[in-house]
Design a protein around this ligand. Structure first.
Ligand SMILES: Nc1nc2c(ncn2[C@@H]2O[C@H](COP(=O)(O)OP(=O)(O)OP(=O)(O)O)[C@@H](O)[C@H]2O)c(=O)[nH]1
Ligand SMILES: [Mg+2]
Length: 403
């Protein structure tokens, strides 16, 4: 199952700018709240060191691309409508926001680190709004949303559970499956809170809320993109944002968008996530364009090492979702598929995926006829239950061949 990351936050913080920089999709961006109404879904990329350098081959990627030994693997992103306090009760574009978030497996919370927008996303003087409030508020909104759904007929349900010894986890799963909350999330939250699932009538309101917060943390893990870092008070706010116990990535979505657009027009060469770019020799830049690029270098790339957008995407998939990159090939010596392409595909799979499960992700026939898999480096045969490692290059022997 491909994983989806949601770009979330209050209005006017730069979510669509971030999304557009990551996907190069043309979406509406403007300095007022509720610019985005319908969620935008698009394809971005995570970057990882390609194994082509280690094997010393020139690869011919199919499902991904490879630039200077860096594999860019496609991932799905959703740009959500802005969330305002009370969204769980339908305030603002609450319903659109929450609907989009159902499908998300992890969240990049874009925060206006400069504090230049109030809690509803209206522009205010930089430094006058405390961005840590936005972090607390978003989590509260999500918790209230989950609580509202779980609470429906809760009292009756829990009494029944105790009477009939039904499994409470299954009931919670049924109630919350529409929010993307699965069995493993419930098990994690259960273990974390230590609540007695056989006696839910004994839980206090606080205990129920603590379960909900844990369900949210496990089903929608979140990191913070501290955006508008180019606006002076933003850097001062980083420490307090870090104190909220989230990964915080300083970010300038606007700079990333400018660099990606300039690269698209061949004015510069730039690999997303790099700490530098190069102006193309034949590029005819206007003085304004030159100045803008120089400013990005001086204000963002040199002090921060990158614009932060790619770092946020990578951390969302590799750390929050614990994805790894695996390269399936058919010929272990040539590292090719049946069409002769070298290291054609890079698959992102969650850590814990076994060799046989991986076969099933490529093609169901490969899994049903699964004989064995080998790891190309060691040439060792792997058991069905072998847990794949990041950077594994795998061949799969199957009694059935897929087309
Ligand atoms: N200074 C600065 N401004 C930015 C940055 N990123 C976005 N902006 C500006 O912030 C404003 C809002 O950007 P959007 O991307 O439309 O914000 P949004 O969060 O999608 O807003 P809604 O769709 O209304 O929820 C625009 O004027 C952007 O140009 C940044 O990194 N630095
Ligand atoms: Mg938007």
């Amino acid at each position: 199952m491909p994983r989806i990351v949601g770009v979330v936050g209050k209005p006017n913080v730069g979510k669509s700018t971030f999304f557009s920089a990551a996907t190069l999709a043309n979406v509406q961006i403007a300095n007022y709240p509720f610019t985005t109404i319908k969620p935008n879904v698009g394809m971005g990329y995570v970057r990882t060191n390609c194994v082509c350098r280690e094997f010393n081959v020139k690869d011919t990627p199919g499902n991904s691309s490879c630039v200077d030994g860096i594999r860019l693997v496609p991932v799905e992103l959703v740009d959500c409508a802005g969330l305002v306090p009370g969204a769980w009760q339908g305030r603002g574009l609450g319903n659109q926001f929450l609907d989009a978030i159902r499908q998300a497996d992890a969240l990049i919370h874009v925060v206006d680190a400069a504090g230049s927008t109030d809690s509803e996303g209206r522009p205010c003087d930089p430094g006058t709004h405390d961005p840590t409030e936005d972090v607390k508020f978003l989590e509260h909104e999500l918790d209230m949303w989950i609580l509202q759904i779980l609470k429906k007929e809760w009292d009756r349900t829990v009494r029944r559970v105790e009477g009939t010894k039904e499994d409470l986890s299954s009931i919670i799963e049924e109630k919350l499956s529409g929010l993307g909350i699965r069995r493993d999330h419930i098990a994690k939250a259960h273990a974390k809170t230590g609540l007695n699932f056989e006696r839910p009538t004994s839980w206090s309101d606080e205990q129920l809320l603590s379960l909900i917060s844990e369900l949210r943390r496990s089903s929608k893990p979140m990191l913070i993109a501290a955006n508008k870092i180019d606006v002076p008070p933003a850097e001062e706010n980083l420490k307090s944002l870090q104190a909220t116990n989230h990964m915080v990535i300083p970010c300038c979505a606007e700079a990333e968008l400018a660099l990606r657009r300039a690269a698209e027009k061949n004015r510069i060469s730039y690999v997303p996530g790099n700490s530098n770019f190069k102006i193309t020799e034949k590029a005819e830049l206007t003085p304004d364009q030159k100045n803008a690029l120089a400013r990005i270098k001086e204000k963002v790339l040199i002090p921060l090492g990158s614009t932060g957008v790619q770092d946020a995407l990578n951390l969302a998939f590799f750390k929050l979702l614990q994805m790894i990159t695996v390269y399936p090939v058919e010929d272990a010596d040539k590292l090719t598929d049946h069409r002769g392409r070298i290291l054609p595909d890079a698959y992102l799979v969650p850590y814990g995926t076994t060799a046989k499960e991986f076969a099933g992700l490529i093609h169901s026939d490969l899994a049903s006829g699964f004989l064995y898999a080998t790891e190309v480096r060691s040439k060792m045969r792997l058991a069905d239950s072998y847990v794949l490692k990041d950077g594994d290059v795998i061949t799969i022997a199957s009694a059935k061949r897929h087309a």
